[in-house]
Design a protein around this ligand. Structure first.
Ligand code: ASP
Ligand code: MG
Length: 439
């Protein structure tokens, strides 16, 4: 089976849905299509939820009305056949009826998740009606029947595997399936989600669950680039990455792929392809077990990083000191990204300030603590990067003028990470593009 995931912009306009319908009917193997909400919808639903939680619920009513208007117009463009158009309008009425009712009940976490789920529910139903109009045989599979979280709110791959088997068995002979990205059920059987941007994760989990031959992620850019095309002029698509390289790039800021979506594919050794809906014949990027080549491949940057410098003269030769520090971060479920040590100090970075004050208060009991906000991690990724000729020399020569705050090298065979004040990010990415990639 082939898994194909299309993001919000790939289905965000009626003509794009037409394009997607052509792409998904070319495969010789059975195909399962994962769709995001139409672009902008999830953001609008978040805004609706926020407004519902505020004293001024009128704002929610206005936002719901504006969103409904958008869907009504979409239907007119997408569906020409009267009976199918009527079905679509009826379906949209039901979903908006639900959104309107939410104004009358008090907002809970569970209701919030229900609201957020409407985007993917509507996009897949609209697309399914479009396929019906075009007489393209398919089945619409409800993700809420098989995308399952465990008690820790992590995807339960074994449960997903069993459930999806049962759901697919209800459609013998079908070769094309459509389902929702992002949405799932948690262990309390409530509607939940895989967090923002989670449709990639859905695709990768399903690919692992059905042991697909490939997991294709279709977006609006021709693969993963060597640098951030939004701030650097000359960037090139990377043809091949290993799972490890891709995971580092996604985690350290490459926007094209959700960082969590690598592990399920990696576990079952299923290649992930990043492809461009607007340019379907471009080769894109393939992510697989083998890296394909040695050396520097890409650089990514992750903003909103907080550096915490922890200093203690008693740390000198003291075992157990690092454990005490890590325990504080563990207690507040705050992952550490980068870490460097000296004889008397440890510096770590985190990307969430939710528990920052509690963390600082506890660390203050065992050491002197300094905090620096507005930092950016710049990560240079490449297979066997350490073996690359004079890589550190070239890197530091290129960024000579940048005030680097931390350096992490040797943690893996494929990463060099630098911490810099965020104001120097664009310059740093540009300098690296010249100095390391010769672009
Ligand atoms: N629609 C969801 C979001 O915008 C999930 C996704 O697009 O991947 O976050
Ligand atoms: Mg999206």
């Amino acid at each position: 089976m082939v898994i194909m995931k299309f993001g919000g912009t790939s289905v965000g306009k009626p003509e794009r849905m037409h394009q997607v319908s052509q792409l998904i009917t070319r495969n010789t193997e059975p195909t399962l299509v994962v769709l995001s909400a139409l672009s902008g919808t999830t953001n609008a639903l978040v805004e609706i939820s926020t407004a519902l939680a505020s004293p001024n619920k009128q704002i929610a009513a206005e936002k719901i009305a504006a969103l409904e208007k958008q869907y009504r117009a979409f239907i007119i463009d997408l569906l020409k056949e009267e009976t199918i158009r009527a079905k679509a309008n009826e379906m949209i009425t039901e979903h908006f009826e639900f959104l309107k009712i939410t104004q009358k009940i008090s907002l809970s976490d569970a209701l919030n998740k229900d609201i957020l789920a409407q985007g993917e529910l509507m996009s897949t139903k609209l697309f399914s009606l479009y396929l019906e109009q075009e007489k393209i045989d398919h089945a619409l599979l409800p993700a809420l029947e098989f995308m399952q979280l465990d008690v820790n709110d992590e995807p339960d791959l074994t449960a997903i595997q069993e459930k999806i088997k049962g759901v697919l068995a209800q459609h013998p002979g079908k070769r094309l399936f459509i389902t929702q990205g992002y949405i799932c059920r948690n262990s309390r059987a409530e509607v939940d989600n895989l967090k923002r941007g989670g449709s990639d994760y859905t695709a990768s989990l399903i690919a692992a669950a059905v042991k697909a031959s490939v997991c294709e992620i279709w977006t609006d850019i021709d693969g993963m680039h060597n640098n951030d095309p939004r701030v650097v002029d000359k960037t090139v698509a990377i043809e091949q990455l290993s799972f490890d390289e891709a995971a580092e790039l996604a985690y350290f800021g490459a926007k094209i792929l959700h960082p969590t979506c690598i592990w399920p594919a990696q576990q079952e050794n299923i290649p992930v392809k990043l492809l461009n809906t607007m340019q379907p014949t471009a080769v894109g990027t393939v992510i697989k077990k083998e890296a394909g080549s040695v050396g520097v491949k890409a650089v990514a940057a992750k903003d909103n990083i907080i550096a915490i410098k922890i200093k203690s003269s008693r740390m000198l030769l003291a075992y157990g000191f690092l454990r005490k520090i890590f325990e504080v971060f563990e207690k507040y479920k705050t992952p550490i990204d980068m870490i460097t040590t000296s004889e008397v100090a440890v510096s770590v970075t985190i990307d969430s300030d939710i528990h920052l004050s509690e963390i600082i208060a506890e660390l203050n009991n065992i050491a002197l603590v300094e905090v620096e906000k507005n930092q950016t991690i710049v990560s240079i990724v490449g297979n066997e990067i350490a073996k690359t000729d004079a890589v550190l020399n070239k890197l530091f020569q290129a960024i000579n003028e940048v005030p680097v705050t931390m350096v992490s090298y040797g943690g893996s065979h494929h990463n060099i990470s630098l911490l810099i004040p965020s104001e120097h990010k664009i310059k740093t990415l540009q300098l690296i593009n010249k100095g390391l990639f010769n672009l």
